[in-house]
Design a protein around this ligand. Structure first.
Ligand SMILES: [Zn+2]
Length: 434
């Protein structure tokens, strides 16, 4: 009985409690619903995070795949650059060969020259001999002419004497004759005398003519020798000129060789230096990106938009991207950007939104700015006269970041604009539009 009552009281208490706090039980049921909802929401959030993670993994995998492709491409490019260096080396080897051929040719020419000079001295000796003979002939002629003249004068004197004495001389001669025989002899003598004179004169004239002829013949021989000598001397002069030219050619080849060797050295050094700087910067950005991804997932991304023209108003491309022949050295070189000719101090603007990776100086790039646009895309601005940004600065498309100049390895005021995609130079025209 007592037990029954107690149970009844307890029951009443319970009922009254529920009457006093009617909300308690309903509150409990609402709280269950919220809990359930929350759990559902959390479940969906978990789903979302799972999807997001899966997407990120997919993205990373895609990016890795893309990088592998790019590495393959970079290796190909490197091979190409290497083969280009080999080409320059081959050019140098060819030049060395040409130079040695030229040297051999000059040695042969020097031999020819010796022969020609021997011939000249031989001819000079012959001419000297001939000149001696001629001067001897001249003396002979003079002597012959003198003898001839003496005879002529003596004969003239005798004729004059006989003419002046006239017949009386003959008569005297005849009358003074002891006898007829003597007279005949005397007349004969006169006759003989005049005929002797005549004969001698003729002889002397003939001798003169002979000596004269000899002299003329010697002179003609000398003229022939003179002509031969002149000809050989002309050969000598031509050969001298040829040797001189060939020696100049050798000098030019040597100059060419040293220039090309210098070009190879500079080309390799420039390439190595730029690659080292740029790659280090890219590696640093990659490291940073990894950290950011771990922390918040908030990294710069490139949305695929077109670039702003980096040198506003200056559209003349003084040197395009790609393989080109060096204007002076004639060797093939790879130009890793576009050169835009612009006056010193003209603004250089950022091609796209991004973050400044470097605002620095290098001996080849001069003052330069490198901007990270996300997704392994970078732009580089070289040879600036002034730089207005610092590493870490956020920059936007079209923002003035530097001024055109000619610092570093540059021959005049211009902006060298390079684009890097996944560790390799790419054509800026892909992003600039042409
Ligand atoms: Zn350039």
């Amino acid at each position: 009985m007592v037990k029954k009552r107690l149970a009844a009281i307890l029951m009443m208490v319970a009922l009254s409690v529920s009457a006093v706090f009617p909300a308690v039980s309903s509150y409990a049921s609402e709280s269950d619903d919220a809990e359930k909802e929350k759990v559902e929401q959390e479940d969906s959030e978990h789903d979302y995070e799972d999807t997001n993670r899966a997407n990120k993994i997919q993205e990373l995998e895609d990016s890795i795949k893309e990088k592998q492709d790019q590495i393959k491409k970079a290796e190909d490019d490197r091979k190409k650059i290497k083969s280009n260096i080999t080409d320059i080396q081959k050019m140098v080897d060819d030049l060395e060969k040409e130079k040695s051929d030229l040297s051999n040719y000059v040695t042969k020419l020097d031999g020819d020259m010796e022969q020609i000079q021997d011939k000249i001295s031989e001819l000079t000796d012959l001419i000297t001999d001939k000149e001696e003979e001629i001067s001897k002939a001249e003396a002979d002629l003079e002597e012959a002419e003198r003898i001839q003249l003496d005879q002529y004068n003596a004969m003239k004197a005798r004729i004059k004497f006989m003419y002046e004495k006239g017949d009386s001389y003959y008569l005297e001669l005849l009358f003074k004759s002891k006898n007829f025989g003597d007279m005949v002899n005397k007349a004969d003598y006169i006759e003989q005398l005049s005929s002797y004179d005549k004969k001698k004169l003729e002889e002397y004239i003939a001798n003169c003519e002979y000596v004269e002829a000899c002299k003329l013949s010697l002179e003609s021989e000398k003229q022939t020798l003179d002509e031969a000598k002149a000809q050989v001397e002309e050969e000598e002069a031509n050969l001298e000129k040829l040797i001189d030219n060939k020696k100049h050619e050798i000098d030019a080849k040597e100059y060419d060789i040293s220039n090309k060797e210098q070009a190879i050295k500079e080309y390799e050094a420039d390439l190595a230096e730029q690659n080292a700087v740029i790659s280090a910067l890219e590696a640093a950005v990659k490291e940073q990106k990894k950290k950011l991804l771990e922390e918040s997932g908030n990294v710069i991304t490139y949305d695929g938009g077109m670039f702003a023209w980096p040198a506003p108003k200056y559209t003349r491309v003084s040197d395009d991207y790609g393989w080109r022949t060096h204007p002076i050295l004639g060797v093939q070189q790879f130009h890793n950007g576009v050169d835009l000719a612009a006056p010193a101090g003209s603004p250089i603007v950022c091609a796209y939104d991004g973050e400044v990776v470097a605002a620095s100086y290098s001996s080849t790039m001069g003052n330069y700015v490198m901007v990270n646009h996300g997704d392994d895309l970078y732009t580089i601005y070289m040879h600036a006269s002034a730089v207005y940004v610092s590493t870490g600065d956020k920059v936007i498309r079209g923002e003035k970041i530097a001024a055109v100049g000619s610092t570093g390895r540059s021959t005049g005021n211009h902006l060298h604009f390079s684009v890097r995609q996944s560790g390799d130079y790419v054509s800026p025209w892909k992003y600039l539009g042409k």
